[in-house]
Design a protein around this ligand. Structure first.
Ligand code: SAM
Length: 282
């Protein structure tokens, strides 16, 4: 199969990049190989690609997967993709915003669903959060994202990158960094380094929570007020009186003078479950 020459296609169709749509197209075939290999896509897999661009990664995926469904927002790219990839019977193109499209409708009864994408960087975090929170039936996400966001996703407690995004992703997934990618692998070149990261969805969340929404509220509150002690951060949620709160910390075996960034996922779960028992469930 002839591989896509991104620069040639851009020239052929006189395509004009839209910066606000995060359009940095891949030109480096070794990086494409590493995304495809890292995703371990095979003939059993139904792949969803977000933001196919001119189809550089899409074409690679079409030869490896059972089916590829690509979601692209830019109307300028739709005729190019239809023209270049229309011959593939296992290709489906959806002209929609990945932040609004109903992935359940796309997935249908498919079992082996893998998301593979060189994500538009301006919406990386909302797209990841949406796919994880909506509990879509997918096995893994192999995505190229800004290096700094990948480091936040992969961070451990007690480091400055550890935050709500680390907890959200690690709650649902195992994380594995595939490789770093330099700006020279794209046209136009982004200002930052990128990372290919793979998120493998766990069979069940990493920690048991009695109320998932309460757990994430406490996590967000703890990191929104990073410099405050947990006692002060949680107090400002105004969901219980001071005495109940101290009891919750005691039951969870957590010192309320600690800061949120020192808590593991299990400790956040213990705290949220203790709050739940003393408030919602009392
Ligand atoms: N996959 C191509 C590649 O690797 O060369 C292009 C990747 S480029 C970083 C991001 C792509 O996402 C662009 O094609 C852009 O038009 C598209 N895009 C931007 N915002 C989007 C959104 N909200 N929903 C779907 N696609 C979007």
């Amino acid at each position: 199969m002839e591989r896509v020459n991104t620069k040639e296609l851009v020239k052929k169709y006189d395509f004009k990049f839209t910066k606000s749509l995060g359009q940095n197209f891949l030109i480096d075939h070794r990086v494409l190989d590493d995304i495809v290999e890292g995703s371990e896509v095979s003939k059993e897999d139904f792949v969803i690609e977000i933001g196919p661009g001119v189809g550089t990664l899409t074409k690679e995926l079409l030869t490896k997967a059972k089916k590829v469904c690509a979601v692209e927002l830019d109307s300028e790219l739709i005729p190019i993709l239809e023209n270049e990839l229309g011959e593939f019977e296992n290709f489906k193109l959806i002209h929609k915003d990945a932040l609004k499209v109903d992935f359940n409708e796309i997935i249908g009864d498919e079992k082996n669903v893998k998301v593979v994408a060189n994500l538009p960087y301006y919406v990386t975090t909302p797209i990841i959060a949406r796919i994880l929170n909506q509990n879509y039936n997918f096995k893994s996400l192999t995505i190229m994202i800004q290096k700094e966001v990948a480091e936040r996703i992969d961070a451990e407690p007690n480091c400055k990158e550890y935050g709500s995004l680390s907890v959200l992703v690690q709650y649902y997934c195992d994380t594995k960094i595939v490789r770093t990618v330099s700006p020279t692998s794209f046209v136009p070149q982004p200002k930052v380094d990128s990372i290919i990261i793979r998120l493998d969805k766990l069979d069940k969340p990493r920690v048991e929570t009695k109320d998932k929404d309460l757990f994430f509220k406490i996590v967000r509150q703890s990191f929104n007020m990073r410099r405050k002690t947990l006692r002060n951060a949680i107090k400002s949620m105004k969901i219980m009186d001071a005495e109940t709160m101290e009891k919750a910390f005691e039951n969870a075996n957590i010192d309320s003078k600690r800061r949120g960034e020192t808590l593991s996922l299990q400790e956040f779960a213990n705290l949220a479950n203790a709050v739940y028992d003393l408030t919602v469930n009392s």
